[in-house]
Design a protein around this ligand. Structure first.
Ligand code: NDP
Length: 449
């Protein structure tokens, strides 16, 4: 194991996020490798960390003044052992190979946990949608798809949204795909309801994360009712996580964007949440606008001089980081614990740094890793693919019921695997082990390919 870790550090040097994700999984699955020699004999570790294919391409596009811009496009087709590659597209200036490889790697395990036949992938671009006009966004999406379309398909690779890619971008991407391939298929998920999308898909990641947290709370005989919650982000995942917390009787006192956060001592209610949905999804404005409408709330801009995020420094019981990777550092973790937080469920992918994770695991609080707790989004994407194949659509209630069952099953798979391999209650080990075994066994059964 040690020589393997050394080798990968050299091979993926500079890929900080990817190494972080890989090393967490390796630590978790060590007991599995010791117990069953077939994984080492089949060299599964080396095979599972190597993407099946990495696509990197130029995306040239024209802005509204006619100037030419060039961005880099990517698609990581990580693992197709249990189904077609599946995973989102991220448009954000911080996108690079390391970030997308980490996301694709996580996606492989997450998709396996859903119980659906989905392989893992991820893609995107370093394009920054902020400040771009509607027509610039459309032209960029079309330019991006003019290369990606050759590499994807309903049985090959099915992308979806992620940071910076919501319903609007999926629409433009799908339109271009359909034109170039001359086919109407379920190649992208997160589609509009009138043209093949699934009900509950926009809500699924946030709702699913709170369903998972509720399952954890059941373990100690309690529920979301009356729990004060800190949530970061104000995108797709954060706002629907907030909605489910409110519906289940909890109190949401924070939300944020990359400029700062809002604090509502008495909690954000459904009416205020609707205001936020319009603000973020329709008007695409900053969260600071919220305090102009609701004077009782406070707004705190990001202070880059601070070595902690004050959002995580309020009295609460539950925390849902729903913005981006590594947004909770060691100091934030200490602050959360000192403020009474005993449950952290990741809505975002890997929002907890390694240092913070060790602190949470050491204190044995309820900690849900993103690959388990945010799997609701990809699960409903899988249901969208099924509905597309059947050429029918299910009701809101049907999809929500499937989502709740899937989150319940992921929760119990994590607990069972953690228990079986000697770390009861450790959801990180449980998720990594359950996901690994499913994918690794399929790889072995399919031979050396
Ligand atoms: P959105 O683009 O809808 O929202 C992202 C939110 O996070 C925004 O409020 C954004 O603020 C904030 N944010 C982004 N980057 C940073 C940063 N560097 N620092 C501080 N805040 C930041 O994305 P989603 O809600 O879809 O995704 C959020 C997370 O959830 C990501 O980690 C994603 O991978 C993960 N995820 C998403 C799924 C989905 O179904 N959408 C499924 C599973 C996981 P601003 O607007 O200022 O940029």
């Amino acid at each position: 194991m040690e020589s393997f870790k050394k080798e990968i550090k050299i091979k993926a040097s500079g890929e900080k996020e990817f190494l972080q994700a890989v090393s967490e999984v390796i630590d978790s699955i060590e007991p599995v490798l010791k117990k069953d020699k077939k994984y080492l004999e089949n060299n599964i570790l080396k095979r599972i960390i190597e993407p099946e294919r990495v696509l990197m391409f130029r995306v040239s596009w024209l802005d509204d003044r006619g100037s030419i811009h060039v961005n880099r496009g990517y698609r990581i087709q990580m693992n197709s052992a249990i189904g077609p590659y599946k995973g989102g597209l991220r448009f954000h200036p911080t996108v690079n190979l390391s970030v997308l490889k980490f996301l694709a790697f996580e996606q492989v395990f997450k998709n396996a946990l859903t119980g659906l036949p989905l392989g893992g992938g991820k893609g995107g671009s370093d394009f920054d949608p902020k400040g771009k006009s509607e027509t610039e966004i459309m032209r960029f999406c079309q330019a991006f798809m003019s290369e990606l379309y050759r590499h994807i398909g309903p049985d090959t690779d099915v992308p979806a949204g992620d940071i910076g890619v919501g319903a609007r971008e999926i629409g433009y991407l799908f339109g271009m795909y359909k034109k170039l391939r001359n086919e109407f298929s379920g190649t992208l998920t997160g589609k509009g309801i009138n043209w093949g999308g699934s009900l509950i898909r926009p809500e699924a990641t946030g709702y699913g994360c709170v369903y998972f947290a509720s399952e954890m709370l059941k373990e100690e005989g309690s529920s979301m009712k009356g729990k004060t919650c800190l949530i970061s982000g104000s995108g797709n995942v954060a706002l629907f996580a907030a909605e489910k917390v409110i519906q289940l009787g909890g109190k949401v006192i924070t939300l944020s964007d990359s400029s700062g956060y809002i604090y509502e001592k008495d909690g954000i209610n459904q009416e205020k949440l609707e205001f936020l949905k319009t603000l973020k999804f329709v008007k695409r404005e900053r969260i600071s606008e919220y305090v102009k409408e609701y004077k009782e709330a406070e707004y705190f801009p990001i202070d880059k001089k601070k070595d902690y995020n004050p959002l995580w420094n309020h009295r609460a019981q539950c925390a849902f980081p729903c913005a981006t990777q590594n947004e909770i550092n060691g100091k934030d973790a200490e602050n959360l614990l000192n403020n009474g937080v005993f449950l952290v469920a990741e809505g975002a992918n890997m929002p907890t740094s390694k240092e913070a994770l060790d602190i949470f695991l050491d204190k044995k609080i309820f900690f849900a890793p993103g690959k388990a707790s945010n799997a609701g989004g990809v699960a409903v994407s899988g249901l969208e693919m099924t509905q597309n194949n059947l050429r029918m659509s299910w009701s809101r209630e049907e999809v929500d019921k499937h989502l709740q069952n899937i989150m319940k099953n992921i929760h119990s798979s994590c607990l069972e695997a953690a228990n079986k391999y000697g770390t009861p209650g450790n959801y990180v080990n449980g998720a990594n082990i359950a996901g690994f075994i499913k994918v690794a066994d399929a790889m072995i059964e399919q031979g050396v390919v």
